[in-house]
Design a protein around this ligand. Structure first.
Ligand code: BGC
Length: 728
């Protein structure tokens, strides 16, 4: 690889790296970029617009222009992939820290943690010499069946926006680009490469785009990845409305649009509709066939030919190269870029902290949790998920961590007095990095062994849920059923029969059906937690850490209670060609609230080992102009016996409106950490401008005047106080 030797010859230009300072102004850089473009041949320019390997693009050696190297994303830097094939390269120096998957980060409701997450993963990406980290993902959680929900930030655009901005800013402080993905409307994996999404302008702007917009405008993200699916008949990766008009036009995005791996479909569209860099279209690994070689990508030879014969103007490739060079000046060409770090204690601590704060306590009958470490007590930890690696599998976000503490290992390390015993219960087939091979291979024997183990224990902790296999929480397709797989419902019943002192750790990145809920006394949602999973789980199970996570999406009781599923197959998954987002703006809790359907667990819900009281909830005044900010103050008191944290959530709704409205929408939140017996008064500001709806007639945002209701509580279904305000 020639990447670093480039730096030696870059003095060729009218500037030198030696004199370049970190704070070079944008216009100076733009001038430099123009001067570089004037030196490039057309062939060199085109070559910069498409892949040269699975995860890199070409530089221009004679001018010292470097290659660009990318890696997945989004919750750890992926192991090195081979040059031409999807096989791992087999390096021995590419293991990293696996951070919790983004659903867990969203559940923390803590933007400060998101900043620490971004800083740490950015340092790891820099250490691994990556210029672009392919994450974070902000596709909205529309259906619990989406195999990739675990990689995203939940169902609410406000929450996703507030969490994604600090992540991106702090990745990029390392001079590594974040690449927010998948733009846009990639809300299911089933038929993802072909399905055409039909959705209203309102739902597009109010639900599906805000997190991308925040990434572009507030976080100033340097790269955006297109999506696989179509929208209104055109592929989203090179889309007239999405890429050209909205992203690059209205939002004034100055970064690079990268295709998803094989999401480009046409030279003219890719060239003219804003795609800057084409990746993954395919090669046979040998480059022996024309149809399958990097030179035959849509933005390679066919693009060059179209420019040469005058069908496409040269200024089109110049714009792409300008953006690509800008990306280089922000990353690989940045003076004093730094070296980053990997697997540090600080990164492991951040991974553990995010996991601790994202874990959600869903049920706690008779204070089943926390479980005390007591002499003479036997705890049976049952279930394959107690030992199965959850960083292996799942698709492109698969990781090769230096280590991964399993729930069983974490609990064993934490519990010194109590005796921990274990049985697998069922085995679903090997996963590459599994840390335990079942002692018995026959499913019946595994089951019997588990039941016998449960009988011997004082407490049973069942570790169940989904895993990262195909058709579960995994890229490439969706779950086929809302239930827990592997007959876990029956298994939970059997465990309950032999030992009623049963609690459960639910390891998923998605909501699941819970008909077994009355069988478990306690239930903890543990997500996919990465390297420090078992430690963070033991922290919460033991009570060393008081849970404070809140659900970033609703748990429907049954699938048809979810808005996307209510309207049948045309809405989800579509008819194979098209799908219609018929629930429109009523995604997630907006649907449950408005249609008065009770979810099993609501958005924003999560218990604590302590109790919190919200009081003195007031608005600074109750008449506002459109450019004002509504200030909501709230006294939060920890009235329980343990220190902990509560998330104050502010929703806003408008009953009388000229347009369809959700009953209420999240517009502000704050996580407040309080010692037992203490209180704190907090203010949450809601800019009136954030109450605007997207007026389809005008194709613009509009703030409707009149009466609004502000709902303040600690979950979307637990509102302590409503306040009426007027916008005038
Ligand atoms: C995924 C992207 C990923 C890319 C590269 C695609 O299949 O959709 O999210 O970044 O592969 O691995």
């Amino acid at each position: 690889m020639i990447k670093y030797s480039y730096l030696l010859v870059i003095t060729f230009f009218t500037f030198t790296l030696a004199t370049a300072q970190n704070d070079i102004k944008d216009n100076e850089i733009n001038k430099k970029i123009d001067s570089i473009i004037s030196l490039l041949t057309l062939e060199e320019k085109v070559a910069m617009c498409h892949a040269q390997s699975k995860f890199s693009t070409k530089g221009v050696e004679r001018l010292g222009i470097p290659e660009i190297w990318m890696s997945d994303g989004p919750h750890g830097v992926r192991a090195e992939i081979s040059w031409d094939s999807w096989d791992y390269a087999g390096w021995t120096n590419d293991s990293i820290t696996a951070f919790p998957a983004l659903t867990c980060l969203a559940a923390s409701f803590n933007p400060n943690l998101s900043a620490q997450f971004g800083k740490s993963i950015g340092e790891e990406a820099l250490y691994r010499e990556k210029d672009v980290l392919l994450g974070p993902g902000v596709n909205i959680y529309r259906t619990p069946l989406n195999g990739r929900n675990f990689e995203y930030l939940g169902e609410d655009p406000h929450l996703a926006s507030k969490m994604v901005v600090p992540y991106i800013k702090n990745v990029q402080k390392n001079n590594v680009a974040a690449c927010v993905k998948h733009f846009a409307l990639n809300n299911q994996e089933h038929w993802r490469s072909t399905i055409n999404v039909e959705v209203s302008d309102r739902a597009l702007h109010e639900i599906y785009l805000p997190a991308f917009k925040a990434a572009v405008q507030d976080a100033k993200v340097w790269a955006v990845m297109g999506a696989y699916n179509k929208f209104r008949g055109q592929y989203t990766t090179h889309h007239e409305l999405l890429t050209n008009k909205i992203l690059k036009g209205d939002w004034e995005y100055d970064g690079v649009v990268i295709s998803d791996w094989s999401s480009a479909h046409d030279t003219m569209e890719a060239a003219l509709n804003g795609l800057d860099m084409e990746m993954g279209t395919g090669t046979d690994g040998l480059g022996t066939t024309t149809s399958n070689h990097y030179d035959y990508y849509y933005l390679a030879s066919p693009f060059l030919k179209a420019i040469k014969n005058g069908n496409i103007e040269e200024s089109v490739v110049d714009d792409k190269v300008r953006r690509i060079l800008r990306l280089m000046f922000r990353t690989t060409l940045k003076p004093n870029r730094g070296f980053g770090s990997v697997n540090t204690k600080a990164h492991h601590d951040v991974a553990r902290k995010v996991a601790q704060e994202g874990i959600v306590l869903l049920k706690n009958e008779n204070n089943f949790f926390p479980i005390e470490d007591k002499e003479g007590v036997t705890i049976a930890v049952i279930g394959e998920n107690a030992t199965r690696s959850m960083t292996a599998g799942g698709g492109s976000s698969e990781l090769k961590p230096q280590f991964e503490i399993s729930p069983l290992e974490g609990l064993k390390q934490r519990y010194k007095k109590a005796k921990i015993i274990h049985a697998m219960g069922y085995h679903t087939g090997p996963s590459v990095y599994d840390n335990i091979i079942p002692s018995k291979l026959n499913q019946d024997s595994l089951r019997v062994e588990a039941i016998e183990t449960a009988k011997k224990a004082d407490i049973v902790l069942y570790v169940g849920g989904l895993n990262k296999s195909h058709l579960q929480d995994c890229e490439g397709d969706d779950r086929q059923s809302y239930e827990l797989p592997y007959n876990q419902k029956e298994f939970i019943s059997e465990l309950k029969t032999v030992n009623p002192n049963l609690g459960m750790l639910l390891v998923t990145g998605n909501a699941v059906e819970t008909p077994w809920l009355d069988k478990v006394n306690g239930l903890i949602q543990t997500w996919y937690l990465g390297s420090m999973a078992g430690h963070a789980i033991a922290d919460v199970v033991s009570g060393d850490i008081n849970p404070s996570g809140k659900l970033p999406f609703s748990f429907p009781k049954q699938l048809k209670d979810n808005g996307a599923h209510f309207y049948g197959e045309l809405s989800y998954p579509g008819d194979g060609v098209n799908q219609y987002y018929k629930e429109d703006i009523l995604v997630g809790y907006r649907w449950f609230d408005t249609k008065k359907i009770e979810p099993q667990y609501a958005f924003g819900y999560g218990l604590s080992y302590s109790n919190f009281d919200l009081s003195d909830i007031e608005s600074n005044t109750n008449k506002f102009n459109t450019d004002d900010s509504i200030k909501i103050s709230c006294k939060v008191s920890n009235i329980g016996n343990v220190d902990g944290a509560e998330v104050v959530q502010v929703y806003v709704g408008k009953k009388k409106s000229k347009v369809k409205r959700a009953l209420k929408e999240l517009k502000g939140f704050e996580k407040v950490t309080l010692k037992s017996g203490t209180s704190k008064t907090i203010d949450i500001d809601i800019p009136v401008s954030s109450l605007a709806f997207y007026n389809e007639g005008k194709s613009d945002w509009e703030i409707e005047k009149g009466e609004y209701i502000i709902y303040v509580g600690n979950a979307s279904n637990n509102i302590t106080k409503k306040i009426k305000v007027k916008i005038q």
